[in-house]
Design a protein around this ligand. Structure first.
Ligand SMILES: Nc1ncnc2c1ncn2[C@@H]1O[C@H](COP(=O)(O)OP(=O)(O)OP(=O)(O)O)[C@@H](O)[C@H]1O
Length: 312
C-alpha cells in the first residue's frame, strides 16, 4: 500500500506468484511477481517466447479458455485471476488499457479514425463529450486533428495512427496501460516519439519490448524474463548499465544498441516450456554455471536470480 497525504491507496499493479500453463502443457509463466506504482513505467524484456505477451494478456484477463492460471494479479486491489467476464469488461478501459503492436491491424479499415477513438467511450455505453476526440488526438501530438480524424486508418502514417489508438485506449485515464511491442511495427525514428506520447498519456505503464535502446530511454524499471521467470529486475540504468545476471549480459550483447559494437548472438536455445528443470533454466547455456545451478532453482534475491552472481 502507498500513502499520499494520509490517503492509503493500493499499488496500481501487484502480481504475485503468477503461473500460466496453456492447454497444450506449455508453462509460459512461472511464479512471477511484479509491482508497479502510480506514474511508473516498467519494461518487460527477454528473448522471443520467454512469456512477455502471456504476462500482458494475463493482466487483462485475455488468455485463451482452458489456460490454467494460478497466483494473483491485482489492479488497484481488484483481483483479475478468476474474475468474471462482466468484471473484466468493467476493469478494461477504466482500470487497465491495452495498446497493441500493429495499429492498422487494430483498426477497421472502413471506419474513420474518429470512430476508433470514440470506441473508448462507446465500450462503456457513453458518448464522447463534444470536442473530446479532437482534443485527445491533439494532446497526443496530432496536428489538424479535426480534419484528420475524419480520414480512414490507411490515410494515416503508422506513427500517427498508433498515437490515435493510444488516445482511444486511454480516454478514461486508466490506472495501468499495457503496451505489447507498441512500436515494433514502426520505423525506428518514429518509435521514440510514440513511446514518449504513450508515457505521457498513461499513469502506470507496463511496456513489453524487445528494443533495449528504447527501454533504456523510457522505462524507470526493467524486469528481464527467461523461460517464464523474472531473472533480474531493478532500475533501468542499473540493469542495462551494470547487468548482473549472465542472461541479462548475454541479452544486452545480442541487442543492436548505439555505441555497443556488433551484436553477439545468444548461444544455444531456451529449454522447452514443458520442461521442469530442477535448477536454473539458463544453466545449460551459461558459461558460469556449476552443480548448484543445475540442481537448485535460484530465487530472485536483491533483484537477481542467480547462484553465480557475486553478492556484496
Ligand atoms: N495459445 C497458446 N497455446 C500454447 N502455447 C502458447 C500460446 N500462446 C503462446 N504460447 C507459447 O508460450 C510461450 C510464450 O509466448 P509469449 O507470446 O508470451 O512470449 P513472448 O516473450 O511475448 O514472445 P515474443 O517476443 O515472440 O512475442 C511461447 O513458447 C509460445 O509459443
Amino acid at each position: 500500500m502507498n500513502e499520499t497525504n494520509g490517503v492509503v491507496t493500493a499499488p496500481v499493479l501487484s502480481v504475485d506468484g503468477l503461473d500460466v500453463t496453456y492447454a497444450n502443457g506449455a508453462r509460459a509463466v512461472r511464479e512471477l511477481s511484479l509491482a508497479l506504482g502510480d506514474g511508473e513505467c516498467l519494461a518487460l524484456v527477454g528473448e522471443s517466447g520467454c512469456g512477455k505477451t502471456t504476462v500482458a494478456r494475463a493482466l487483462l484477463g485475455l488468455l485463451p479458455r482452458r489456460t490454467r492460471v494460478a497466483g494473483s494479479v491485482r489492479i488497484r486491489g481488484t483481483e483479475v485471476v478468476g474474475a468474471s467476464s462482466r468484471r473484466l469488461r468493467r476493469l478494461r478501459g477504466t482500470d487497465v488499457a491495452y495498446v497493441a503492436q500493429d495499429p492498422y491491424a487494430a483498426c477497421d479499415p472502413l471506419r474513420t479514425v474518429a470512430h476508433h477513438v470514440e470506441e473508448g467511450w462507446r465500450a462503456k455505453g457513453q458518448r464522447p463529450p463534444d470536442g473530446q476526440v479532437t482534443a485527445r488526438l491533439a494532446e497526443l501530438g496530432i496536428e489538424d486533428a479535426q480534419h484528420r480524424a475524419r480520414l480512414r486508418p490507411h490515410q494515416w502514417s503508422g506513427g500517427m495512427l498508433q498515437r490515435a489508438t493510444i488516445a482511444g485506449a486511454t480516454v478514461h485515464g486508466p490506472a495501468l496501460t499495457v503496451a505489447d511491442e507498441a512500436t515494433s511495427a514502426l520505423d525506428a525514428d518514429l518509435s521514440d516519439g510514440v513511446l514518449a506520447a504513450l508515457r505521457a498519456a498513461s499513469n502506470a505503464l507496463l511496456l513489453v519490448s524487445h528494443d533495449l535502446a528504447l527501454v533504456a530511454k523510457h522505462a524507470d524499471r526493467v524486469a528481464v524474463m527467461y523461460h517464464g521467470r523474472v531473472v533480474e529486475t531493478g532500475r533501468t540504468g542499473d540493469v542495462i548499465g551494470s547487468p548482473r545476471h549472465p542472461y541479462t549480459r548475454a541479452l544486452l550483447l545480442a541487442a543492436p544498441r548505439p555505441g555497443a559494437g556488433l551484436p553477439r548472438e545468444l548461444p544455444g536455445t531456451p529449454p522447452s516450456l514443458a520442461d521442469q528443470l530442477p535448477g536454473c533454466s539458463f544453466a545449460p547455456r551459461c558459461a558460469h554455471s556449476g552443480d548448484q545451478c543445475r540442481e537448485l532453482l535460484p530465487l530472485l534475491t536483491d533483484g537477481v536470480a542467480c547462484h553465480a552472481v557475486e553478492r556484496s
